[in-house]
Design a protein around this ligand. Structure first.
Ligand code: FEO
Ligand code: CA
Ligand code: CA
Length: 691
């Protein structure tokens, strides 16, 4: 989400529309393909795991030197099995403030699925004046693209897949023809419906034509999941009094997923969408219980005032979580407790009901990243809580990984919060009501939990209790596919004060952010001890440093950046870094527009690869297995637009991308309405992107 905060708004249509369809396979065929896909996933991962324990030696002196310097830091692993040694085979591009995507010479880009693209139902066309209705929006791609994943089909995996994309929030000035309306304190019902439908997730079947361009297939896989879609609650919180509502008196269902920021995927071929800044969508005008106050539920009005919809529909008023009835089954006092979770979606089954996996904790989930699974061992997922001074978490399943497991493995396990010690070590602290240390700490701090469901609904408080380390806004993480080393962005922290710095969060305040990394003891992701260091302190040339404990070089014009957010190590070992600088940081700082850089995880080489259009955030990245089509999301171009006065016209300005040296593309405030979109970046010679 951009650092600009919006203030503004949902649907009474819980189900996404039924697909209309065309030339696509029958459901039985879809299920067969899905099974094949699972076999392929587990097969390739098994190979990766086998590779971890039988890796070839490094082949060059440079590689050997790199590994030696890392080994001195990560003492538990004197011979780290580094194999991936990517070359960054492109010329770094300069900063720019052009209203288009800028990429290196030799590269090209196309847009796919911009906001409003029809993908299902009656395929309502995108209206450039934003006059589409809420019902239309339920059949179109949502707004504010964020985390995403490409799920390849077994046949032609590099040219045929499901693109699954998060829609984090909306910009009301762009979403509606004349901006948002508030009439006598109430929101028009269709505006609310449109906003609800613009949130959530899009699942879109895409294929690459022989001309190299990707296109949408209007088929049965295509699906919209919104802030109104019925979902199941699983894990320890299922049936808890804390999630019982008028809608689900048994506490087993919730409606919708909101503020879907970063993402994850599972080894069994499902998608994870992560609920980040959900708290602001609710209002509680009575007294706030800790499960509201510790997360910042408003006492005045919901972010978009969905609770005021003129419809007065139950579906809308649920965003007012004040106590109104005589019991939880008569009102929505617990509605907000159904949010803040990791949601699992099976993209290969369009009829599947999304599942909130509560064992993984409730906080402002940025994303959720799996460590390479190992047969016979627990499966491990990392997650960050993106708010100032919040924590880093990991979830370790109780059951062991095998080819037979499915998402139910996520319902039982241990959730941990991280403590980073100043000397470069760290511990994972269990948030488990049966754990002796947790029990002792909660007693000593007089913080009491009824059961594990209570612990999970109040995850932040549980992490407070064990003394986890307050971080500078944890955003994305990524796990190296071979070493299992974890990298995570800490985007910035304006509230870090000199008296509260520590070695893991060393600057006060921290306007530029940094990237931290850690290695689990014995390279075992389920370990409870780790060592850590800082990969890069972001910032201008005068206040930045790469590998501070090693080379210690400052960033240069080729790679200055701030507010790192998206992060991903691709199949070739390139660490991609995406930025989310605030509007003022982009317009008045030395960094230009938000951007994406490529880095070598072990040498610290960093090069700027892509710069986005005006007022956008670069967030969300995935690729075809061959690395030749790189999908990148450009969220909220024109973030500072007024109603019909735009600060970007991308991508409908006719200039999807340019190369360095070409003239800048200027903004026309009365020109085309900006649209979040996915771009597919590829090499003109058909090679692997970034190499
Ligand atoms: Fe949605 Fe923390 O970014
Ligand atoms: Ca983010
Ligand atoms: Ca951010």
């Amino acid at each position: 989400m951009s650092d600009k905060d919006n203030n503004s708004v949902e649907s009474d249509h819980g189900d996404e529309p039924m697909s209309n369809h065309s030339d696509n396979p029958h459901f039985s065929t879809l299920l067969e393909k899905r099974l094949s896909r699972r076999q392929m996933l587990t097969g390739s991962l098994s190979i990766a795991v086998a590779g971890m324990f039988g890796l070839p030696e490094l082949t060059t002196q440079a590689e050997a030197a790199s590994s030696a310097s890392i080994a001195t830091k990560f003492t538990q692993s004197p011979n780290p099995p580094f194999v991936l040694n990517p070359t960054l085979g492109f010329n770094a591009i300069p900063i720019t403030r052009s209203d288009t995507v800028t990429i290196p010479l030799g590269y090209k880009a196309q847009t796919v699925i911009p906001w409003g693209t029809p993908i299902t139902g009656s395929y309502p066309a995108y209206a450039p004046d934003a006059s589409n209705s809420g019902v239309d929006q339920e059949q179109q791609v949502g707004a504010h693209h964020d985390g995403m994943h490409y799920f390849p089909f077994e046949d032609n995996p590099n040219t045929h897949g499901l693109l699954t994309v998060n829609h984090e929030y909306v910009d009301q000035n762009v979403l509606h023809t004349h901006g948002p309306s508030l009439i006598a304190g109430q929101r028009p019902a269709d505006e609310v419906s449109k906003e609800i439908a613009a949130h959530g997730v899009s699942i879109v079947e895409i294929s690459k034509d022989t001309d190299g361009n990707w296109r949408i297939i209007n088929g049965l896989y295509n699906r919209r999941i919104t802030a109104g879609t019925p979902m199941e609650i699983r894990g320890p919180v299922r049936g808890s009094d804390l999630v019982k509502t008028k809608y689900s008196p048994a506490g087993i269902e919730a409606r919708g997923t909101i503020n879907n920021c970063g993402n994850g995927y599972t080894p069994w071929g499902t998608y994870l969408t992560c609920e980040e800044n959900w708290a602001s969508y609710f209002v509680n005008r009575a007294s706030l219980p800790r499960e509201h106050s510790r997360y910042g539920v408003s006492t005045h009005n919901g972010r978009y005032r969905w609770e005021t919809a003129q419809s007065g529909a139950d579906e809308h008023i649920r965003f007012d979580v004040s106590v109104k009835g005589s019991s939880a089954n008569e009102d929505y006092r617990n509605e907000a407790n159904g949010h803040g979770w990791i949601v699992e979606i099976d993209p290969f089954n369009p009829n599947s009901k999304p599942i909130k996996r509560t064992a993984m904790g409730r906080f402002a989930h940025e994303g959720c990243w799996v460590a390479p699974p190992q047969l016979g061992q627990p499966v491990v997922f990392y997650s960050g809580d993106d708010a100032q001074n919040e924590y880093i978490y990991k979830f370790v399943t109780k059951a062991r990984y095998s080819k037979e497991i499915n998402g139910d493995i996520l319902d039982e396990g241990i959730l941990y919060a991280a403590r980073f010690n100043d000397e470069g070590t760290g511990e994972w602290l269990a948030l488990d009501i049966n754990d002796p240390y947790f029990h002792a700490m909660s007693l000593s701090k007089s913080v009491f939990f009824m059961d594990q469901a209570d612990v999970l609904v109040n995850t932040r408080l549980a992490a407070d209790v064990v003394g986890a380390t307050k971080m500078d806004r944890p955003e994305w993480g990524t796990v190296h596919p071979q070493t299992c080393e974890v990298y995570m962005t800490l985007t910035n922290n304006s509230s870090r004060s000199a008296g509260t710095i520590d070695a893991a969060n060393p600057r006060a305040p921290n306007p530029y952010g940094h990237i931290i990394r850690w290695r689990e003891e014995g390279n075992r992701p389920w370990a409870t001890q780790f060592t850590w260091d800082i990969f890069v302190l972001a910032g201008p040339e005068t206040d930045s440093q790469i590998l501070p404990e090693q080379s210690g070089l400052a960033l240069t014009q080729d790679n200055i950046f701030a507010s790192p957010d998206g992060l991903w190590i691709d199949q070739n070992g390139i660490l991609w870094i995406q930025t989310d600088m605030s509007g003022s940081q982009q317009s008045s700082g030395p960094f230009g527009n938000n951007q994406m850089l490529a880095a070598h995880p072990f040498t610290g080489e960093i090069k700027r690869f892509l710069v986005g259009p005006q007022d956008c955030e670069v967030t969300g990245i995935t690729s075809t297995p061959d690395g030749k089509s790189l999908f990148v999301n450009l969220q909220h171009p024109g973030d500072r637009s007024g109603a019909n006065s735009f600060t970007s016209n991308w991508p409908d300005n006719g200039k999807v991308f340019k190369h360095p040296g070409e003239p800048a593309v200027m903004v026309n405030p009365s020109g085309a309405r900006p649209r979040s979109a996915t771009v597919v970046v590829s090499r003109e010679d058909g090679g692997v992107v970034g190499m």
